[in-house]
Ligand binder design. Structure first.
Ligand SMILES: Cc1cc2nc3c(=O)[nH]c(=O)nc-3n(C[C@H](O)[C@H](O)[C@H](O)COP(=O)(O)O)c2cc1C
Length: 487
């Protein structure tokens, strides 16, 4: 299996496939990159290319530092990062391939494999090509992007925050960082994340600050591991990255503290996180709404190291981020299946937050509602999902049109629904009082059996009949597909 060791190697592979668009310049003071990202979503979605902007105007200044965006925006791109060679533009097929690949790395204890990282010498580390200290370690040297006119300023949107505690171990987590001054960054630790837990421990011990390193522009698998919950507090995300990569991540020692960062990162920022707090935000959040400013910790920068002519990697919350979290989703599917043998598929559409769709092999009355309750009560998924849709196994949950077709034709809102109040939820859901509580709805859109108030005989679904009784017809069409189009 060949894996990418750096963001650049991955970008080169994208370019070889014609999936990297080079743009000479963009004026982000006019939010040109943001509008371009939305238009790529509107017009091309998962077939949109990554784009690399050679010169960017930000805060009235033209920067020659390239900015790369839209890097992981489809199951095909995730499959490519996992080393899959037989790639296709059929996203449904790629979704299945990605899930199979991820599950290969799970052991019998439902834990992902780990290969510990290795330390390399600074001389062999591209992220040490340039070293900046004191006033030279100036965040304004780089075109960090202000994504939205309502944002509180510029943010580092792809920073992997690395911290270590002698008892807990290392933690690597993607937390947004607000550029507050040449040597100052605000950090958005939400309450449940492992970084926040480390900060709470430091506060309880009376510490004034915690050493930290922020690495950005990482190889795609390490970046995914930093961005999604694959382990428990104390598990090393770099070791999970090694597990998926099949080879260890190379780390290099920081200049001003004992922490280590990926040697192939584009930019590494070293410093101390204060146990005090200041206001951070507002920011256009991942659910697609502008979040409110809130008190949070901040970091004082001590040094910056980077590659020659580094790249800034930027991400627009709500666009593409969900592909990064697929290992989380697949891991929980496997764990849920242990207690739900009738669970066939589980899908959380990347483009629709707060919704989970599960397909079950239903045989008995009540199984739909029961499945929904189990998923809702499984906190790791249930907490962030307000709408739980249960379907029969013949529906493809990745096809939202088919999902809604099944809901609108197989579902009776009464009695096949259940709402619950006051359950744990995402604090950033704009429809809540932001007190971490939400109501939730369970939609049982499985074919209702007579005992559940359904019809004596449920009408057959045209397409399912085709798939079950004329399966070879689809094979025939697939085989002749190119021929129909003159190929
Ligand atoms: C682009 C992106 C930005 C994120 N920003 C934040 C953030 O600002 N704060 C946060 O707590 N989690 C954020 N997350 C989610 C965390 O990275 C994720 O939950 C991760 O598992 C946290 O690491 P931890 O489990 O070690 O705490 C973000 C994820 C992505 C993909």
């Amino acid at each position: 299996m060949s894996v990418f060791n750096s963001l650049r190697e991955y970008a080169q592979a994208m370019e070889r496939q014609g999936k990297l668009l080079r743009i000479p310049d963009m004026d982000q003071d006019q939010f040109e990159m943001t509008a371009f990202s939305y238009r790529l979503e509107d017009r091309m979605r998962t077939s949109a290319p990554a784009f690399l902007v050679e010169r960017t105007k930000m805060n009235g200044r033209w920067y020659d530092t390239p900015v790369i965006c839209n890097v992981l925006n489809s199951f095909k791109t995730v499959a490519m990062c996992l080393g899959v060679e037989d790639l296709s533009d059929d996203e449904r097929e790629m979704n299945q391939v990605v899930e199979r690949e991820l599950l290969k790395h799970m052991n019998e204890d439902y834990r992902f494999e780990q290969i510990p990282p290795v330390e390399v010498d600074g001389a062999a580390a591209p992220c040490k090509e340039v070293k900046l200290f004191g006033d030279d370690a100036d965040l304004d040297r780089f075109p960090w992007i202000m994504n939205n006119p309502a944002d509180g300023g510029r943010f580092i949107s792809t920073g992997s925050v690395i911290m270590e505690d002698p008892e807990i171990g290392r933690n690597v987590g993607t937390y947004r960082l607000q550029v507050k001054g040449p040597q100052k960054l605000g950090i958005c630790f939400t309450g449940q994340n492992h970084g926040a837990q480390m900060m709470r421990k430091a506060i309880a011990q009376g510490k004034k600050s915690v050493p930290c390193v922020v690495a950005t522009g990482l190889d795609p698998i390490t970046w995914m591991m930093s961005s999604t919950r694959v382990g428990e507090l104390g598990d090393d995300e770099f070791a999970f990255s090694g597990g998926f990569r099949g080879e260890p991540v190379e780390l290099v020692r920081a200049e001003t503290n004992a922490l280590m960062a990926p040697a192939h990162a584009e930019i590494v920022i070293e410093g101390e996180i204060s146990t005090d707090k200041e206001m951070e935000g507002p920011y256009g959040e991942m659910l697609g709404y502008i979040g409110e400013p809130a008190p949070n910790h901040f970091m004082t920068v001590k040094a910056i190291t980077h590659r020659e002519k580094p790249w800034v990697y930027n991400i627009w919350p709500g666009i593409g981020g969900a592909y990064l979290t697929w290992p989380w989703q697949v891991g929980h599917f496997a764990r849920l299946k242990r207690i739900m043998p009738n669970l066939v598929k589980l899908h959380m559409p990347p483009e629709i937050p707060s919704m989970v769709i599960a397909c079950i092999n239903k045989r008995l009355p009540g199984e739909g509602i029961e499945a929904g309750l189990l998923i809702m009560g499984y906190r790791m998924i249930g907490f962030s999902k307000k709408m739980i849709i249960i379907l029969d196994k013949d529906v493809d949950p990745t096809d939202i049109t088919r999902v809604l077709h099944a809901v609108t034709t197989r579902w009776q809102p009464w009695p096949a629904s259940l709402t619950v109040r006051q359950t744990f939820s995402f604090m950033i859901d704009p429809s809540t009082q932001r007190n971490a509580l939400s109501s939730k709805i369970l939609i049982d859109a499985t074919r209702q059996l007579p005992a559940e108030g359904g019809p004596n005989v449920f009408a057959e679904d045209n397409r399912t009949v085709m798939e079950e009784r004329a399966a070879d017809s689809f094979k025939l069409v697939d085989e002749r597909w190119d021929e129909y189009f003159g190929g």
